[in-house]
Design a protein. Structure first.
Lengths: 694, 225
C-alpha cells in the first residue's frame, strides 16, 4: 500500500532530523521531518539541495495528500505503529524474563554439579598424594609422569558421570605450563578456546569457584554451542595448582527460548494486524456517517434541499444526523418562506401592473383622442389637452421603470442571452437617438466598429442600457461630440460612451446610479425621464454579470462604460476600455484648472482644448487596463478629483437622478468655480428642451 | 380599410374606448366581455381580427386564443398588461400573432391592427420553392408532395418572406419589420416563437430544421431547395 512508501522512503533523510524543527509550510509529519532534516544542516540556500529536496518530495506528494485528507488512513497507520511498539516492548520483557528463569535453574544445577566435581577432584588428589607418599620411591620425573596420567584419568572419570550433560576441561594455572599439565578436555572439547580468558584470570586469582557464559568449541568439527562454564583452581597430587572447568551446554535452554520467541513474534504480528483491522472498522463506523454528512451538505448547498441523512440508533452519530437533518429542515423552511415571499412580491407587482395599466390604457386613449381634437378647442382647453398627454407619457414611463426596477428587486428579471453583434445594437440605438442629437447639434461618432463585437447578451437589455447612456450623453454633452467606442479583449466586450459636457463632480460617479438621484435637489424638475434609467441600466448590466461604471471630471465631460463578459457564465476580469479616457485632463497632464501638472504627462502632446468638435482620435482597441483587473470593483467616492469610481453600491434611494445632474454646481474649489458656473446655465437650458429622452 | 374587429375585454371602460378609437379609424368593432362567450361571439361575428385581453373572467385569454386558433387562422392581437417573458411567450405559443402591452397609444394599436389586416391585397401569381415545399403566394397555399399544409396568414407571410430571398440571412429585426410591420425594433421573441410554430408545421423533424434554418448569432434563412 502507499503508506509503505511513505514510511520507508524518508527514513534515510529523516534520520538526520535530530531536533524536530517545525516549519509551518509542511503539511504532514513526514514533510516536516524531511524539511527539518534537510534544512537543519545550514544549507538553506543551496540550490542543489533544494533540487534534491524537490526530487525527493515529488513522488511523496500524492501520498502526503492522501495522508492529509484521509482520516481513516491516519488512524489505522497510527494504530499500527503504536501497537507495533507496544508488542515489541512486551516481547522484549517477556523474552528477558523467560531467559532469566531458564538460566537461573540451569546455573543452580550446574553449580551444585561442579561443586561436587571439585570435591571429587580434591579427594582424588588427596588419595593419590597419600598413595605416593606411602610408596616413597617415587622420583620427581616419575611423579610428573604419574600426574599426567592421573589427570587424564581424572578428566575421563569426572566427565563420564555427566553422560554428555557436561564436559570437563583442565588447564594449567597461571602462566605455568610446565610438565605434563597441558590443557585437556573430555568429549573433543577444545580446552583453551572454549574457556574465556577473563574467566581463567579470575580463577587464577582466587580459590573459590567462578562462572561465565561461553561457547564450546569442538576439535572434531562439531558445531559450537552456548554453554555455562564453572571453574576452580584445585591442586594435583603433587600439590601444584591447576584449573578444573565444568562446561554445561545450554542447547536445551536455547531451544526453549527460541520457541518462546517464535510464539511471541507470531502472536505479536497477529495482534498488530488485528488491531489495525479493528481500528479500520471502528474508524469506518465513525467516518462513514461523517462522509455521508459531507456529501449531503454539498448536495444541500447545491440546492437539493430534499436531501436528508439516514439516521439509525441513538448514539452520537445518530445525534449528528438528527441535528444535521434538523438544520436542513430549517434551512429548507426558511428558503421556502423566502421563495414564497419573493413569489408573492412578484405576483403583487404583476397584479399591480395589470390593475394599474388597464385604467391607464383607457385614460391614455381618451387623452390621445382629446389631444388629436385639440384644434377644435379654445386655447385653454387645448393647452390642457397637451399637458394631459405629455404628463401621461411621463406617468407611463415612470410606471414602466418602476415595474422594471421592482422586477429586478424581486429577482424576477430573466436574462435571455444569445450571441449578438453589439455593433448592430449600437446602430439601432444611434438611429433612435438621431432626432435628439440633431436638435442638440451633437454629432455622434462610433469608434472601433471595424470588426464584429460579439457577446452573449440580451439584446433588449443591452439596447436599453445603451439608449440610456447615449441619450444622457447627448443631453449633457453641451452640443459637443459624443463618442461611442467599442472594444473586445480577453473574454470581455465593452462599450464606452464619452461626452465632453459638464462632466461629473467628485463622488458623483457613484451617485449617478442611485434611484431618483439628481445633482441639485433645489433645481426645478423640468425634464422628462424618471430618474430610474441609470439604476435600471445598472441592474441590466449586473444581470449580465457585467459592469456599468461612470467616470467624469467637472467641466471635462464624462464617460460611461458598459463591460460585458463575452460568454454568459464567464466572470469578468477586466475591461478592454480604460474607465478614464485617454483624453481626460489628468491623462493629458492638466489639473482641473487646465494648468499643466507635474504628474501624469503621458498625453502632453494632445491639444489642450479637446472639447471642440473633434476630440483626439481614440484607438480602437486598448489592452485591458491593469488597474481594472482587481476582481471586485468597489465604490471609490474619495478618488482623485474627476476620477470616477468604478462601481456603484446599491443605492438607498432618496436623491434625484443623473439626468438632472449638472445644474448649478456648488463651487468645489477655487480652481473649478471658474469653469462650472459657466457651463451650468447653458446646460439647464438645453435640458429644458430635452425631455423624454428615453 | 374596412375591417370587423372583435374586442374581447372585460374592462367596459377600456372596451368602450377601444370602440371609439376603432370606429374613428373606420373599423367595425364588436364586443364580448366574457371568456366563455368569446368563441360563440367569434363564430357569430366572423371578424377579420380579434383583439384579445389575456386576463378574462371565465376562460382566460390563452384558452380563448387556443380555441379560436383551432378553427381559424384569423389574426389575433393580444392585449396584455404583462410584458414578462413567460406571459408573452405563452400567449404567442397559444396562437396569437402579435401582442401589444398596456398602456398603448391609440395610433400604435391601429398601426398593429392595420399591419395584421394588410394582406398583399392582389398578390401577383407567384410560385416559390423552399426545401421540398411549393408555395403558391396568390393561392395562399403551401404544399409538400401535393399535400397542402395549413398555415395561419402570419406563418404564411413569414415563410414567404424567407422563401423570396433564399440567399439572404434575415435578422430578427428585419423579419419583424417585413412580416409584422414594426418600424422600430421590438420584441424579437415574436420571431422566435413564430419560427418555432412554423417549424412544427412545415418541418419533417422540428428538432433538425431544414426549411427554416437558424444562423447562429444572426437570425434565420430559408433552407436549400
Amino acid at each position: 500500500m502507499s503508506k509503505d512508501s511513505a514510511a520507508s522512503a524518508p527514513g534515510g533523510t529523516g534520520a538526520r532530523a535530530e531536533r524536530p524543527v517545525g516549519r509551518k509550510a509542511a503539511g504532514s509529519r513526514w514533510g516536516r521531518l524531511l524539511e527539518g532534516g534537510l534544512l537543519q544542516g545550514g544549507v538553506q540556500g543551496s540550490p542543489v539541495l533544494r533540487l534534491f529536496m524537490r526530487w525527493v518530495r515529488r513522488p511523496l506528494l500524492p501520498v502526503m495528500r492522501l495522508w492529509r485528507r484521509n482520516i481513516q488512513l491516519k488512524v489505522v497507520v497510527t494504530t499500527l505503529l503504536m501497537s507495533l511498539g507496544v508488542v515489541l516492548l512486551l516481547g522484549f520483557v517477556v523474552i528477558g524474563q523467560v531467559r532469566n528463569g531458564l538460566l537461573d535453574a540451569k546455573v543452580k544445577a550446574s553449580q551444585s554439579q561442579a561443586t561436587g566435581g571439585f570435591a571429587v577432584a580434591k579427594q582424588k588428589a588427596d588419595e593419590a598424594a597419600s598413595g605416593t607418599a606411602d610408596d616413597g620411591s617415587a622420583t620427581d620425573g616419575n611423579s610428573s609422569q604419574n600426574v599426567i596420567s592421573w589427570m587424564s584419568d581424572l578428566v575421563s572419570s569426572l566427565s563420564s558421570g555427566g553422560q554428555g550433560a557436561f564436559d570437563v576441561v583442565t588447564l594449567p594455572a597461571g602462566a605455568d605450563s610446565g610438565g605434563g599439565r597441558s590443557p585437556r578436555g573430555s568429549g573433543y572439547v577444545d580446552p583453551s578456546a572454549s574457556v574465556p580468558e577473563d574467566l581463567r584470570a579470575r580463577v587464577n586469582d582466587r580459590t573459590t569457584a567462578a562462572q561465565s557464559y561461553t561457547r564450546i568449541i569442538y576439535s572434531n568439527g562439531k558445531e559450537s554451542q552456548p554453554a555455562l562454564v564453572v571453574g576452580k583452581q584445585v591442586n594435583d597430587p603433587n600439590g601444584d595448582p591447576y584449573q578444573l572447568y565444568y562446561l554445561f551446554p545450554l542447547t536445551q535452554e536455547e531451544k526453549s527460548l527460541s520457541l518462546v520467541k517464535g510464539t511471541l513474534a507470531t502472536a505479536g504480528l497477529f495482534v498488530v494486524v488485528l488491531l489495525g483491522a479493528i481500528a479500520w472498522l471502528v474508524v469506518r463506523q465513525v467516518v462513514t456517517p461523517v462522509r455521508m454528512a459531507a456529501g449531503i451538505a454539498e448536495r444541500l448547498s447545491a440546492g437539493r434541499l430534499q436531501e436528508r441523512m439516514k439516521v439509525t440508533g441513538e448514539d452520537d452519530i445518530a445525534r449528528l444526523g438528527e441535528a444535521f437533518n434538523k438544520m436542513a429542515q430549517n434551512l429548507q423552511l426558511k428558503i421556502q418562506q423566502l421563495e414564497d415571499l419573493s413569489r408573492m412580491q412578484r405576483r403583487f407587482v404583476s397584479d399591480v401592473s395589470h390593475e394599474l395599466r388597464t385604467p391607464l390604457t383607457t385614460v391614455r386613449m381618451a387623452a390621445d383622442v382629446i389631444h388629436d381634437a385639440r384644434v377644435d378647442f379654445d386655447p385653454m382647453t387645448a393647452r390642457s389637452a397637451e399637458l394631459l398627454a405629455d404628463q401621461l407619457d411621463r406617468f407611463e414611463t415612470l410606471l414602466a421603470d418602476l415595474l422594471e426596477i421592482s422586477r429586478f428587486d424581486a429577482g424576477a428579471a430573466a436574462l435571455e442571452a444569445e450571441p449578438i453583434d453589439l455593433r448592430e445594437v449600437v446602430r439601432r440605438v444611434l438611429s433612435g437617438a438621431e432626432p435628439l442629437a440633431e436638435r442638440k447639434g451633437t454629432t455622434i461618432r462610433v469608434v472601433g466598429d471595424q470588426q464584429p463585437v460579439v457577446a452573449e447578451a440580451d439584446a433588449r437589455r443591452v439596447e436599453r442600457v445603451l439608449r440610456n447612456l447615449v441619450v444622457n450623453a447627448v443631453e449633457h454633452g453641451d452640443g459637443k461630440d459624443v463618442v461611442v467606442k467599442l472594444a473586445t479583449a480577453g473574454g470581455a466586450v465593452a462599450i464606452a460612451v464619452r461626452d465632453y459636457g459638464v462632466g461629473l463632480k467628485p463622488g458623483e460617479a457613484t451617485r449617478v446610479f442611485s434611484r431618483f438621484w439628481r445633482a441639485d435637489p433645489a433645481r426645478a424638475r423640468t425634464t422628462g425621464g424618471t430618474g430610474l434609467g441609470l439604476s435600471i441600466a445598472l441592474e441590466d448590466a449586473r444581470l449580465h454579470g457585467g459592469w456599468l461604471q461612470a467616470w467624469g471630471e467637472p467641466g471635462g465631460g464624462s464617460q460611461f462604460r458598459l463591460t460585458l463578459p463575452r460568454t454568459a457564465d464567464e466572470p469578468l476580469r477586466g475591461s478592454p476600455i480604460p474607465l478614464e479616457p485617454k483624453d481626460s485632463r489628468r491623462n493629458r497632464g492638466l489639473n482641473d484648472a487646465g494648468l499643466p501638472s507635474g504628474g501624469g504627462d503621458k498625453r502632453a502632446t494632445v491639444p489642450v482644448q479637446p472639447m471642440g468638435d473633434q476630440g483626439p482620435p481614440i484607438p480602437a482597441r486598448n489592452p485591458i487596463a491593469p488597474r481594472l483587473t482587481a476582481a471586485t470593483p468597489t465604490a471609490d467616492p474619495t478618488a482623485l478629483p474627476g476620477n470616477g469610481a468604478r462601481v456603484v453600491p446599491r443605492p438607498t434611494g432618496g436623491t434625484r437622478r443623473q439626468e438632472d445632474r449638472p445644474a448649478a454646481d456648488t463651487p468645489r474649489g477655487d480652481s473649478v468655480s471658474s469653469t462650472d458656473p459657466a457651463a451650468a446655465p447653458e446646460n439647464s437650458n438645453k435640458q429644458g428642451e430635452a425631455s423624454r429622452g428615453r | 380599410m374596412k375591417g370587423r374587429v372583435l374586442v374581447v375585454d372585460d374592462d367596459t371602460a377600456l372596451a368602450e374606448m377601444l370602440g371609439i378609437v376603432l370606429r374613428g379609424e373606420g373599423f367595425e368593432p364588436s364586443f364580448v366581455a366574457d371568456g366563455d362567450k368569446a368563441l360563440a361571439a367569434f363564430r357569430e361575428s366572423k371578424p377579420d381580427l380579434v383583439l384579445l385581453d389575456l386576463m378574462l373572467p371565465g376562460r382566460d385569454g390563452i384558452e380563448v386564443c387556443r380555441l379560436i386558433r383551432a378553427e381559424s387562422g384569423v389574426p389575433i392581437v393580444m392585449l396584455t398588461a404583462k410584458s414578462d417573458t413567460v406571459d408573452v411567450v405563452v400567449g404567442l405559443e397559444s396562437g396569437a400573432d402579435d401582442y401589444i402591452v398596456k398602456p398603448f397609444k391609440p395610433k400604435e394599436l391601429v398601426a398593429r391592427i392595420r399591419a395584421r389586416l394588410r394582406r398583399s391585397e392582389e398578390p401577383a401569381p407567384e410560385q416559390l420553392a423552399i426545401g421540398d415545399l411549393v408555395i403558391d403566394v396568390a393561392g395562399h397555399s403551401v404544399k409538400r408532395d401535393g399535400q397542402s399544409i395549413a398555415l395561419t396568414p402570419l406563418e404564411f407571410d413569414l415563410l414567404v418572406a424567407l422563401a423570396r430571398k433564399p440567399w439572404q440571412v434575415f435578422t430578427r429585426e428585419v423579419l419583424l419589420e417585413q412580416v409584422w410591420g414594426y418600424r422600430h425594433a421590438a420584441d424579437t421573441r415574436l420571431v422566435n416563437v413564430h419560427v418555432q410554430r412554423l417549424r412544427s408545421k412545415v418541418e419533417k423533424d422540428p428538432e433538425r430544421p431544414e426549411i427554416v434554418v437558424t444562423v447562429r448569432g444572426v437570425g434565420y434563412k430559408a433552407g436549400p431547395s
